[in-house]
Design a protein around this ligand. Structure first.
Ligand code: BGC
Length: 268
């Protein structure tokens, strides 16, 4: 293990059985962190992530919980803390899409997305903050009392037709993150977001899996490549480490320039 910036720290990563969460789990583990691989329904995939981590010489456990359920989240933190002693890093990653034209969107589709994507981040962050305060500072481990990384999206600023529930949840994450940062900074709890653009994961498979779809998607990306989960994992390690200790209350866009609105390059 060459780069162990997170040595001695424990990271709870929600939705770590696939996609961006998995990418972050593998990178944080490679940087020395012990990992709680939270998952909702795919136990086998979560166990595969944990197995990869332990085979590479770090520690991991899997834990099933719906992040939108208060009791399940509280129990998950209790179990994780009793296993590893404490939690240093929370990565609020679990999220989903339930797309529909606005006129057809059901209340169920609305509630499900807000519950998992936004309420889930609130519930997990609240438990993490309680644990950081209970445990107290460990300056030999990290300058911060604890770190929270909220996984948002370019859609915290880019409106998205046909995805009003999803864009609303991501816009909500932006203000949740900033309000927490404003309130909790004096405790040395460091809170930021990562706002990914199009990253190759199961959530957006139809947008990149055929050459035609990929070509269309690339029109939205000035850097002309679709992102990989490692792009997010590398940044998450840095954002959780003391190397970024003065970064607080900000959203880091990792999107190949999608938020430069390339549609205006030859328009407007
Ligand atoms: C969505 C993806 C989409 C990307 C860029 C992400 O937040 O989950 O489906 O490809 O934003 O639009």
């Amino acid at each position: 293990m060459s780069d162990v910036k997170l040595k001695g720290q424990t990271a709870l990563i929600t939705g770590a059985d696939s996609g961006i969460g998995k990418g972050i789990a593998l990178k944080m583990a490679a940087s020395g962190a012990a990992i709680i691989v939270n998952y909702h329904s795919n136990k086998e995939a979560a166990e595969e992530v944990a197995a990869q981590i332990t085979a590479a010489g770090s520690s991991a456990i899997v834990y099933q919980a719906n992040v939108g359920d208060e009791k399940e989240v509280q129990e998950m933190f209790k179990q994780a803390i009793s296993h590893f002693g404490t939690i240093d890093i929370l990565v609020n990653n679990a999220g989903l899409q339930q797309d529909a034209a606005f006129v057809d969107m059901s209340l169920d589709q609305w509630n499900k997305v807000i519950n998992v994507n936004l309420t889930g981040q609130f519930l997990c962050a609240r438990e993490a903050v309680r644990e950081f305060i209970r445990r107290g500072a460990r300056p030999e481990i990290s300058k911060a009392l604890g770190k929270i990384i909220c996984i948002s999206s370019v859609h915290e600023v880019i409106p998205w037709a046909g995805h009003a529930n999803y864009a609303a949840s991501k816009g909500g994450i932006l203000m949740l993150m900033k309000s927490m940062a404003q309130e909790l900074g004096e405790l040395k709890i460091r809170i930021n977001s990562i706002a990914p653009g199009a990253i190759k994961t199961p959530i957006n498979r139809p947008a990149w899996e055929t050459p035609e779809a990929e070509e269309k998607l690339l029109k939205l990306i000035p850097y002309k490549r679709v992102g990989e989960t490692e792009d997010i994992g590398n940044a998450a390690v840095w954002l959780a480490s003391d190397d970024s200790d003065y970064i607080h209350g900000t959203s880091l866009f990792i999107d190949g320039g999608m938020t430069c609105y390339p549609g205006f390059a030859a328009n407007g």
